[in-house]
Design a protein around this ligand. Structure first.
Ligand SMILES: NC(=O)c1ccc[n+]([C@@H]2O[C@H](COP(=O)([O-])OP(=O)(O)OC[C@H]3O[C@@H](n4cnc5c(N)ncnc54)[C@H](O)[C@@H]3O)[C@@H](O)[C@H]2O)c1
Length: 375
């Protein structure tokens, strides 16, 4: 086995800079890879902070701006962990330099920006991936596999919600998350994960409705330009129906997301607070067994589980990054990588459609967004 080195440059040193550093560090420990990721450089505008973070996360060096990171000849993969409003510009620059690009979700703050990133990586012919990491939790991946294998029959309903309390306190000072140009909406911040998982499992969304609210309109004397809580009804192209809710104003809900699929023969329910489990209701069970069985989604037969600990030990949030980045590294340098930028843009189109629907109090076809966008 050869162990070719792959140079990683991480843009941003915040929570995702840390999570991705963790993923690259642990992936080679948990599975055999044909390449060895080397954390070469991290970029950040605050020199003291980026220097401290690079040292703590095991990154060999740091630079003060992301273009300098992209320009480094020893960087093969540019991994973007900055606010959504910066993603497309950094991705375009990385692609123009011939670098593979991994970008945190959402791919951009609107579909037009997302398209510009897709065009850049397509024209440059570089590998590209979006950070929809939750797909690669064992239980979520198992849910998708069971749906594909027919465990619930024909999909009828998909419901998903993401509740957090990060915006509850009006004293939380203004930062990029409250600025729609930098952070994007709550629809795309939380909803992009939900729409990615839902469309991965149930196919494309055809049309959406929407409603949005901002309860604290001003912070630190600045106007909040994002929704704090939104919801959408959706119709999938398959004819299945869906209900989605994303809110950062739910008291004592830290990061609670659920996703449930009801088919004509069964039900599957994933709850993030119990991430090593999947509930399964099988309509063909004897009636005396009416109810849901709790699958321990950590059996070696389940996706990714054999890379981890013996059944019963469980995994956490970090495993999603290890599994995600491990999959991408396993396919280095030929690919394919998925979910890719095209997928990220398709999810962004759904988010944009919900925003338009909420603003206009009407149903909006996703095709309305994709047909009119100019990158
Ligand atoms: N997949 C997940 O589970 C997950 C979780 C949280 C955040 N995210 C996404 O990751 C991205 C980063 O979020 P985070 O929580 O790490 O944020 P963070 O605030 O912790 O860190 C952001 C980083 O970007 C830098 N930054 C801020 N503005 C910048 C600018 N204009 N130009 C260049 N750098 C800038 C900051 O200095 C910091 O290093 C966002 O897109 C967010 O939606 C994903």
């Amino acid at each position: 086995m050869t162990t070719r080195e792959v140079g990683i440059g991480i843009v941003g040193y915040g929570m995702m800079g840390k999570a991705h550093s963790y993923g690259y560090t642990v992936a080679p420990l948990m599975r055999q890879l044909r390449c060895r990721p080397v954390l070469r450089v991290m970029s950040g505008r605050n020199k003291e902070r980026v220097a401290r973070a690079a040292a703590a996360y095991g990154v060999a060096s740091w630079v003060g701006d992301w273009q300098a990171l992209i320009d480094r000849p020893d960087v093969d993969i540019v991994d973007i962990c900055t606010p959504p409003g910066t993603h497309a510009e950094i991705a375009r620059a990385a692609a123009a330099a011939g670098k593979a690009v991994i970008c945190e979700k959402p791919l951009a703050v609107d579909y037009a920006q997302a398209l510009s990133a897709v065009a850049a990586v397509t024209n440059a012919g570089v590998l590209n991936a979006v950070g929809f990491n939750y797909r690669r939790l064992t239980a979520v991946s198992l849910m998708k596999r069971m749906i594909d294998e027919g465990a619930i029959g024909q999909m009828r309903l998909m419901r998903a919600s993401w509740l957090s309390d990060e915006f509850v306190d009006p004293a939380i000072p203004f930062d990029w998350r409250f600025d729609v140009e930098q952070g994007g909406t709550t629809i795309s911040d939380l909803g992009s994960h939900l729409f990615d998982m839902a469309t991965w499992m149930a196919g494309p969304i055809a049309e959406v409705s929407g409603q949005s609210e901002t309860f604290v309109p001003e912070r630190s004397g600045k106007r909040v330009t994002v929704d704090e809580a939104s919801a959408a009804l959706v119709r999938f192209e398959s004819g299945a129906r869906g209900v989605f809710e994303m809110a950062r104003t739910a008291v004592r809900r830290p990061c609670d997301f659920t996703i449930e699929a009801n088919g004509d023969r069964g039900t599957l329910v994933f709850t993030y607070a119990r991430l090593n489990e999947l509930l399964y209701g099988d309509g063909s069970d004897r009636v005396e067994l009416y109810g849901m069985r709790r699958i321990r989604a950590e059996h070696p037969s389940h996706p990714f589980a054999s890379d981890w600990w013996p059944i019963g030990q469980g995994v956490g949030y970090g495993a999603s990054f290890v599994n995600h980045l491990g999959d991408l590294l396993e396919r280095w340098p030929d690919g394919p990588w998925e979910p890719d930028f095209e997928r990220g843009a398709a999810v962004q189109a759904v988010c944009d459609a919900v925003e338009v629907a909420a603003a206009g109090h009407r149903w909006v076809r996703v095709a309305e967004v994709t047909a009119t966008a100019v990158p």
